[in-house]
Design a protein. Sequence first.
Length: 252
Amino acid sequence: MTSDLLCDRARKLWVELAVEPVEFSSSDGANIVVSPGSRLCPPLWTGIVVLGGAGIVTVPSMEVAQLMAGASSKLSCEGLVDEDRLREVLPVLDVLGPASLLYLDRADFLPMLEGAAVEEALCGDGELAVLLVRAGEEDAGESGLEDITSPAFVLRESDHVVAAAGYQVWPQSVAHLSVLVAPGHRGRGLARVVASAAVAHALDAGLLPQWRARPHPSKRVALALGFRKLGSQLSVRLDDAVSPALAGETAV
């Protein structure tokens, strides 16, 4: 599958998650839509997704739409998912991301064929709960492992699960990957081993694997498996009490 076809499949997902009708522009630039129910971001936040050089932005109100329109006229799509650049032109109160968005075509898959035996475990397996606790609230939440709908693919050492991966089925037949390795066992390639098993399962089910990475090590694992980075996602909470004209005074 070419990068264009892969990007088209990925865009269909985010267009559906925007809830209100919006499309990625065929040229550079971001299209903005008022969508209080958007699933690109938390409620009352602004969600920005850039794929293949074009972007969509969902905002909670017309006031925020005006702020984002001003920012979009000054920044490229890549600038809209750059926290530092965005803060220069908008009254940003809080940020989630940015996260790289990576996708995988079966022809590009580089499976991990060697290493310890990977086992399947049920999502409600108590050993997974122990792994989540060991990893800590922040890392466990970042992984999304608690939300997977696939089997969990795990590695055990001394009868304890030290690495696990799986995926949650998203709209448009997308498999959103989750991977978690216990502290003290990282840096040994275990993430790639369990993720490879989860990706193979998703591909066999006819799904499009998606990897959303914020920390660099996570992105490195995805690239090692053959994923391609197609874009980025950023969510921001804006101060809509600031007028568009005043926000533009700090633009560079």
